[in-house]
Design a protein around this ligand. Structure first.
Ligand SMILES: NC(=O)c1ccc[n+]([C@@H]2O[C@H](COP(=O)([O-])OP(=O)(O)OC[C@H]3O[C@@H](n4cnc5c(N)ncnc54)[C@H](O)[C@@H]3O)[C@@H](O)[C@H]2O)c1
Ligand SMILES: [Fe+2]
Length: 478
């Protein structure tokens, strides 16, 4: 008979021998966590209020960021926004050269445009209408326009190890972020992500001052979203919520020298847990409908709310290995061009795909460090399958049971539930489907190792050896 093991094991009981490396040498643990609030307005038609908001703020000159796809199709969301701005007599300057999956080059292009415009007309506010690519580009342009680094070095504010990670020295122009995808939660976060071509890695800029002044969440803006975009941005929401809920707890991180040095990504904590779990339940319930039935306004609205809630959760707790490993998967893409991404003229792996492709492999590995949390996530996903009339409880486990045959089982259950979702949504499984093979493993590992900001939040530590195993696992099976 197999022996049974309760899952009340403490986090960390099953850690491997790999040492966790933090920048601070302090052995004292942090005992404090905080929620940096995000301002959000939600509701159909909320985009048409933006002009009045800006007028109220006494803005005159406004820059609007959009991507070329939204601009060339002149989607109703753009029309609604521009109409609202012109009704309020604002001078509007549109930047429509945002790159889908931005890079250092595309960020610099946007920064030059906005800086030159600001020098000539004096801008008062920024509006970003689009997915994470657009909102992140607007954040970066706003930052470098307001606080150009004295030596002109673009890497001044970029996360270490790629950049210098200098804190942002003062406030930026108010940014109103209007998401048109239900995914990144960028409208709530102080993060801007880009592909750094010289270092062949994806990295970003992270600071509370990058947080938008207001996120306007309008379900009318996702009406025209292609199913593939809805799918991959929705899978990003799932990973944000699960990773932030299973991240290393905040009180297992070293104590910072001062509150100013407490990272935005603090590790899982009682406040972010509320947001992450709510986001997971909501996304698990509505993702499939939102992808298959874009006319279902309730499903689209709920997915937008889930994306924002997950953004508040991970914006304060952080994400870990699925994201850490996604960055080289995205930046080392060879020739993969995703179906359904209209107007994209370069190979790319959609962000949500680059993340979910690693998820089964990651959670099989991390499960033993926090079995109760992995099991809870698996149960939420299984319950949503029940609602969709497919299958019921976790395979081989009695409903409500809190016993596992092995500490690794919680991660296996979660991986299995994620595979069900991927199959249900026709997501190609495994890295081979994206053009990677065994010869790429070393480079993928090299591209993950510098992602300390997120990899150190893995509930179970990883080093080169573990990452190699994880990527090999993700090649076939995800
Ligand atoms: N800042 C953060 O907190 C954060 C978090 C996660 C991811 N990201 C980043 O965000 C980027 C991904 O953003 P995304 O997934 O939102 O997609 P995206 O902005 O890259 O857009 C994807 C595609 O969808 C199209 N599109 C967007 N909205 C549409 C609509 N309503 N109708 C029709 N087409 C539409 C775009 O034109 C584009 O072709 C990545 O670079 C990722 O790294 C940022
Ligand atoms: Fe993400």
């Amino acid at each position: 008979m197999r022996s049974r093991l309760t899952i009340i094991a403490q986090r960390g009981t099953f850690f491997s021998s790999t040492k966790r490396c933090f920048a601070s040498a302090s052995s004292e643990k942090d005992q404090i966590c905080e929620l940096a609030a995000s301002n959000i307005r939600f509701g159909a038609g909320s985009t048409s209020e933006i002009g009045a908001d800006l007028r109220e703020m006494r803005a005159r000159n406004v820059i609007v960021f959009v991507d070329p796809n939204i601009s060339h199709q002149n989607l109703p969301c753009l029309h609604t926004l521009l109409d609202s701005l012109s009704r309020n007599n604002l001078n509007v300057h549109v930047y429509d050269k945002v790159r889908v999956e931005p890079s250092d080059v595309s960020f610099k292009h946007a920064i030059d445009f906005m800086s030159n415009l600001h020098s000539s007309v004096g801008l008062d506010a920024v509006v970003a209408l689009g997915g994470g690519s657009t909102i992140d580009t607007a954040k970066a342009a706003n930052l470098y326009t307001c606080h150009p680094p004295p030596d002109g070095d673009f890497y001044t504010y970029v996360n270490p190890v790629v950049g210098k990670g200098r804190p942002i020295p003062g406030p930026l122009l108010p940014l109103i972020a209007v998401p048109t995808t239900a995914g990144t939660g960028s409208e709530t976060t102080g993060v801007a992500i880009f592909d750094d071509i010289p270092s062949k890695s994806k990295t970003g800029i992270a600071h509370r001052r990058l947080k938008p002044f207001l996120g306007v969440i309008d379900p009318q803006n996702t009406a025209a979203i292609p199913p593939e975009v809805a799918k991959y941005s929705g899978l990003d929401v799932l990973c944000h919520s699960i990773e932030s809920y299973t991240a290393l707890p905040y009180n297992e991180r070293p104590k910072p020298q001062s509150p100013l040095h407490r990272p935005a990504y603090q590790g899982s904590n009682p406040i972010s847990d509320v947001w992450s779990l709510h986001a997971l339940r909501t996304a698990a319930k509505h993702l499939s409908q939102a992808v298959r039935h874009p006319e279902n306004v309730e499903a689209r609205s709920e997915m937008l709310l889930a994306a924002a809630a997950a953004g508040v959760g991970f914006g304060n707790a952080g994400v870990h290995l699925c994201h850490g490993m996604s960055y080289p998967v995205a930046s080392q893409v060879k020739s993969y061009v995703p179906p359904g991404y209209d107007g994209v003229d370069h190979p790319l792996v959609p962000h949500g795909h680059s993340v979910i492709v690693n998820a089964p492999s990651v959670f099989r590995y991390t499960g033993r460090a926090a079995p109760e949390r992995h099991l809870e996530c698996a149960r939420i996903l299984a319950a949503a399958r029940d609602d969709r009339g497919t299958r019921g409880t976790l395979d081989g486990m009695t409903k409500g049971s809190n016993f596992l045959a092995s500490p690794d089982d919680a991660g296996k259950y979660l991986a299995q539930e994620i595979r069900h979702i991927m199959l249900d949504l026709d997501v190609p499984i495994g890295l081979r489907a994206l053009g990677y093979d065994d010869d790429d493993i070393d480079e993928l590992v090299e591209g993950t190792l510098p992602q300390h900001r997120v990899t150190k939040l893995s509930p179970r530590p990883v080093g080169r050896e573990e990452l190699e195993i994880l990527f090999r696992d993700a090649l076939e099976d995800g």
